[in-house]
Design a protein around this ligand. Structure first.
Ligand SMILES: NC(=O)c1ccc[n+]([C@@H]2O[C@H](COP(=O)([O-])OP(=O)(O)OC[C@H]3O[C@@H](n4cnc5c(N)ncnc54)[C@H](OP(=O)(O)O)[C@@H]3O)[C@@H](O)[C@H]2O)c1
Length: 209
Protein backbone atom coordinates (compact mmCIF):
# COMPACT_ATOMS: atom_id res chain seq x y z
CA UNK A 1 0.00 0.00 0.00
CA UNK A 2 1.12 3.58 -0.62
CA UNK A 3 1.55 5.39 2.70
CA UNK A 4 2.32 9.09 3.07
CA UNK A 5 3.89 10.07 6.37
CA UNK A 6 3.62 13.66 7.57
CA UNK A 7 6.56 14.54 9.82
CA UNK A 8 10.01 13.02 10.05
CA UNK A 9 10.33 12.84 13.84
CA UNK A 10 10.39 9.73 16.03
CA UNK A 11 6.99 8.41 14.99
CA UNK A 12 7.25 9.22 11.29
CA UNK A 13 10.70 7.66 11.00
CA UNK A 14 9.89 4.48 12.95
CA UNK A 15 6.63 3.87 11.12
CA UNK A 16 8.13 4.53 7.70
CA UNK A 17 11.01 2.20 8.40
CA UNK A 18 8.76 -0.56 9.75
CA UNK A 19 6.24 -0.42 6.88
CA UNK A 20 8.95 -0.17 4.23
CA UNK A 21 10.44 -3.38 5.57
CA UNK A 22 6.98 -4.96 5.13
CA UNK A 23 7.12 -3.88 1.48
CA UNK A 24 4.72 -0.96 1.69
CA UNK A 25 5.59 2.07 -0.44
CA UNK A 26 6.42 5.07 1.72
CA UNK A 27 6.70 8.77 1.02
CA UNK A 28 7.98 10.89 3.90
CA UNK A 29 6.70 14.45 3.95
CA UNK A 30 8.61 17.15 5.76
CA UNK A 31 8.63 20.92 6.14
CA UNK A 32 12.15 20.41 4.81
CA UNK A 33 11.78 18.07 1.80
CA UNK A 34 15.55 17.58 1.66
CA UNK A 35 15.43 16.04 5.15
CA UNK A 36 12.64 13.72 3.96
CA UNK A 37 14.71 12.70 0.94
CA UNK A 38 17.78 12.00 3.07
CA UNK A 39 15.69 9.88 5.41
CA UNK A 40 14.30 7.95 2.45
CA UNK A 41 17.82 7.37 1.08
CA UNK A 42 18.95 6.04 4.46
CA UNK A 43 16.06 3.55 4.61
CA UNK A 44 16.51 2.69 0.92
CA UNK A 45 13.79 0.27 -0.10
CA UNK A 46 10.34 1.49 -1.19
CA UNK A 47 10.78 5.01 0.18
CA UNK A 48 11.00 8.53 -1.10
CA UNK A 49 10.74 12.02 0.37
CA UNK A 50 9.05 15.32 -0.42
CA UNK A 51 6.82 18.03 0.96
CA UNK A 52 3.77 17.49 3.17
CA UNK A 53 1.56 18.04 0.14
CA UNK A 54 3.46 15.57 -2.05
CA UNK A 55 3.37 12.88 0.65
CA UNK A 56 -0.35 13.49 1.17
CA UNK A 57 -1.19 13.19 -2.51
CA UNK A 58 1.02 10.06 -2.78
CA UNK A 59 -0.63 8.17 0.07
CA UNK A 60 -3.69 5.98 -0.11
CA UNK A 61 -3.30 6.28 3.64
CA UNK A 62 -1.65 9.34 5.24
CA UNK A 63 -0.23 9.31 8.76
CA UNK A 64 -0.21 12.46 10.88
CA UNK A 65 3.00 12.29 12.91
CA UNK A 66 3.35 15.86 14.16
CA UNK A 67 2.82 17.51 17.56
CA UNK A 68 -0.76 18.46 18.42
CA UNK A 69 0.18 22.14 18.75
CA UNK A 70 1.07 22.32 15.01
CA UNK A 71 -1.81 20.31 13.60
CA UNK A 72 -3.76 23.22 12.14
CA UNK A 73 -0.94 24.59 9.98
CA UNK A 74 0.11 21.04 9.11
CA UNK A 75 -3.35 20.18 7.74
CA UNK A 76 -3.41 23.46 5.83
CA UNK A 77 -0.14 22.59 4.11
CA UNK A 78 -1.24 19.11 3.01
CA UNK A 79 -3.37 20.23 0.05
CA UNK A 80 -6.55 18.46 -1.00
CA UNK A 81 -7.70 16.00 1.68
CA UNK A 82 -10.94 14.93 0.06
CA UNK A 83 -11.52 11.24 0.73
CA UNK A 84 -8.03 10.71 2.21
CA UNK A 85 -7.69 8.24 5.04
CA UNK A 86 -5.79 10.09 7.79
CA UNK A 87 -4.24 7.98 10.52
CA UNK A 88 -4.10 10.10 13.64
CA UNK A 89 -1.54 8.92 16.19
CA UNK A 90 -1.34 12.33 17.84
CA UNK A 91 -1.65 12.76 21.59
CA UNK A 92 -2.65 16.26 22.69
CA UNK A 93 -0.15 16.28 25.54
CA UNK A 94 0.75 19.38 27.50
CA UNK A 95 4.34 20.55 27.52
CA UNK A 96 6.36 18.53 30.10
CA UNK A 97 3.79 15.73 29.58
CA UNK A 98 1.84 16.79 32.69
CA UNK A 99 -1.59 16.12 31.20
CA UNK A 100 -3.74 16.43 28.09
CA UNK A 101 -4.73 19.71 26.45
CA UNK A 102 -8.27 18.41 25.92
CA UNK A 103 -10.40 15.38 26.68
CA UNK A 104 -13.52 13.89 28.28
CA UNK A 105 -15.97 15.65 25.96
CA UNK A 106 -13.78 15.73 22.83
CA UNK A 107 -10.44 14.41 21.56
CA UNK A 108 -7.62 15.42 19.22
CA UNK A 109 -9.00 12.91 16.70
CA UNK A 110 -12.45 14.49 16.68
CA UNK A 111 -10.96 17.96 16.43
CA UNK A 112 -8.85 16.84 13.46
CA UNK A 113 -11.94 15.32 11.82
CA UNK A 114 -13.64 18.72 12.18
CA UNK A 115 -10.64 20.61 10.75
CA UNK A 116 -10.23 18.15 7.84
CA UNK A 117 -13.91 17.56 7.33
CA UNK A 118 -13.65 15.93 3.88
CA UNK A 119 -11.04 13.40 5.04
CA UNK A 120 -11.65 10.15 6.95
CA UNK A 121 -9.88 10.13 10.31
CA UNK A 122 -8.89 6.90 12.03
CA UNK A 123 -7.16 6.92 15.42
CA UNK A 124 -4.38 4.35 15.73
CA UNK A 125 -0.87 3.74 17.05
CA UNK A 126 -1.09 6.42 19.74
CA UNK A 127 -0.83 4.41 22.95
CA UNK A 128 2.62 2.83 22.71
CA UNK A 129 6.12 4.27 22.28
CA UNK A 130 7.45 4.52 18.74
CA UNK A 131 10.32 2.17 19.60
CA UNK A 132 7.76 -0.67 19.48
CA UNK A 133 6.20 0.10 16.09
CA UNK A 134 8.44 -2.51 14.50
CA UNK A 135 7.77 -5.97 15.93
CA UNK A 136 5.71 -5.10 19.04
CA UNK A 137 6.30 -8.47 20.71
CA UNK A 138 6.54 -8.78 24.49
CA UNK A 139 7.58 -12.30 25.41
CA UNK A 140 5.18 -14.49 23.46
CA UNK A 141 2.48 -11.79 23.27
CA UNK A 142 1.81 -9.16 20.62
CA UNK A 143 0.92 -5.73 22.00
CA UNK A 144 -2.62 -4.54 21.35
CA UNK A 145 -3.04 -2.04 18.53
CA UNK A 146 -6.11 0.01 19.46
CA UNK A 147 -8.00 1.56 16.55
CA UNK A 148 -11.17 3.64 16.35
CA UNK A 149 -13.01 5.46 13.60
CA UNK A 150 -16.40 5.97 12.00
CA UNK A 151 -15.75 4.56 8.50
CA UNK A 152 -15.68 0.74 8.46
CA UNK A 153 -13.89 0.42 5.11
CA UNK A 154 -11.12 2.86 6.15
CA UNK A 155 -10.83 1.16 9.52
CA UNK A 156 -10.32 -2.19 7.76
CA UNK A 157 -7.49 -0.72 5.66
CA UNK A 158 -5.78 0.82 8.69
CA UNK A 159 -6.30 -2.37 10.68
CA UNK A 160 -4.37 -4.31 8.00
CA UNK A 161 -1.52 -1.78 8.15
CA UNK A 162 -1.37 -1.94 11.96
CA UNK A 163 -1.50 -5.76 11.87
CA UNK A 164 1.37 -5.75 9.33
CA UNK A 165 3.53 -4.15 12.03
CA UNK A 166 2.78 -7.14 14.27
CA UNK A 167 0.09 -5.69 16.55
CA UNK A 168 -2.90 -7.63 17.83
CA UNK A 169 -5.48 -5.15 16.55
CA UNK A 170 -8.49 -4.14 18.62
CA UNK A 171 -11.44 -2.33 17.06
CA UNK A 172 -12.41 0.22 19.71
CA UNK A 173 -15.51 1.47 17.93
CA UNK A 174 -16.33 4.98 16.73
CA UNK A 175 -13.93 7.92 16.53
CA UNK A 176 -15.48 9.34 19.69
CA UNK A 177 -13.65 6.61 21.62
CA UNK A 178 -10.42 8.46 20.89
CA UNK A 179 -11.49 10.25 24.10
CA UNK A 180 -10.46 7.02 25.82
CA UNK A 181 -7.41 6.13 23.72
CA UNK A 182 -5.69 9.50 24.19
CA UNK A 183 -5.70 9.28 28.03
CA UNK A 184 -4.50 5.67 27.66
CA UNK A 185 -1.45 7.07 25.88
CA UNK A 186 -0.86 9.46 28.75
CA UNK A 187 -1.00 6.49 31.14
CA UNK A 188 1.65 4.76 28.99
CA UNK A 189 3.83 7.91 29.15
CA UNK A 190 3.42 8.26 32.94
CA UNK A 191 4.15 4.58 33.59
CA UNK A 192 7.16 4.65 31.29
CA UNK A 193 8.76 7.93 32.30
CA UNK A 194 7.38 8.93 35.73
CA UNK A 195 6.53 5.74 37.59
CA UNK A 196 9.67 3.77 36.87
CA UNK A 197 8.54 1.10 34.39
CA UNK A 198 10.62 2.44 31.51
CA UNK A 199 9.51 2.48 27.85
CA UNK A 200 9.70 -1.30 27.31
CA UNK A 201 6.00 -1.69 28.11
CA UNK A 202 2.72 -2.10 26.21
CA UNK A 203 -0.98 -2.56 26.80
CA UNK A 204 -2.64 -5.87 25.98
CA UNK A 205 -6.34 -6.69 25.85
CA UNK A 206 -6.70 -10.21 27.24
CA UNK A 207 -9.56 -12.37 26.06
CA UNK A 208 -10.82 -15.72 27.27
CA UNK A 209 -11.15 -18.06 24.31
N1 LIG B 1 7.09 9.54 20.38
C1 LIG B 1 6.26 8.52 20.53
O1 LIG B 1 6.69 7.43 20.97
C2 LIG B 1 4.82 8.64 20.19
C3 LIG B 1 4.01 7.50 20.20
C4 LIG B 1 2.68 7.61 19.81
C5 LIG B 1 2.18 8.83 19.40
N2 LIG B 1 2.98 9.93 19.42
C6 LIG B 1 2.44 11.20 18.91
O2 LIG B 1 2.91 11.31 17.57
C7 LIG B 1 3.19 12.67 17.23
C8 LIG B 1 4.64 12.80 16.79
O3 LIG B 1 5.49 12.46 17.85
P1 LIG B 1 7.08 12.39 17.65
O4 LIG B 1 7.62 11.77 18.88
O5 LIG B 1 7.40 11.79 16.33
O6 LIG B 1 7.45 13.93 17.64
P2 LIG B 1 8.80 14.59 17.10
O7 LIG B 1 9.90 13.59 17.12
O8 LIG B 1 8.95 15.86 17.83
O9 LIG B 1 8.47 14.87 15.57
C9 LIG B 1 7.39 15.63 15.18
C10 LIG B 1 7.57 16.07 13.73
O10 LIG B 1 6.53 16.98 13.46
C11 LIG B 1 6.93 17.83 12.41
N3 LIG B 1 6.53 19.22 12.70
C12 LIG B 1 5.57 19.91 12.01
N4 LIG B 1 5.46 21.16 12.46
C13 LIG B 1 6.38 21.28 13.46
C14 LIG B 1 6.77 22.36 14.29
N5 LIG B 1 6.21 23.59 14.16
N6 LIG B 1 7.75 22.15 15.20
C15 LIG B 1 8.31 20.93 15.34
N7 LIG B 1 8.00 19.86 14.55
C16 LIG B 1 7.04 20.04 13.63
C17 LIG B 1 8.45 17.70 12.27
O11 LIG B 1 8.70 17.00 11.05
P3 LIG B 1 9.33 17.74 9.78
O12 LIG B 1 10.44 18.60 10.32
O13 LIG B 1 9.79 16.64 8.94
O14 LIG B 1 8.25 18.56 9.15
C18 LIG B 1 8.85 16.84 13.45
O15 LIG B 1 9.93 16.00 13.17
C19 LIG B 1 2.87 13.49 18.49
O16 LIG B 1 1.62 14.07 18.35
C20 LIG B 1 2.87 12.46 19.61
O17 LIG B 1 1.96 12.81 20.64
C21 LIG B 1 4.28 9.86 19.79
Amino acid sequence: MKVGIIGTGNVGTSLGEAWASERHEIMFGSRDPQRAQQLAERIKYNTKGGTYEQATQFGEVVVLAVPWSYIKQTLESMGNLKGKILVDCINPVKPQLTGLELGLDTSAAEQIAKMANDAIVIKALNSIGNQHFKNPKFGNMDASGFICGDDDEAKKIVTRLVADLGFDTVDCGPLQNARLLEPLALLWIKLAYVHGFGPNIAFKLLKNK
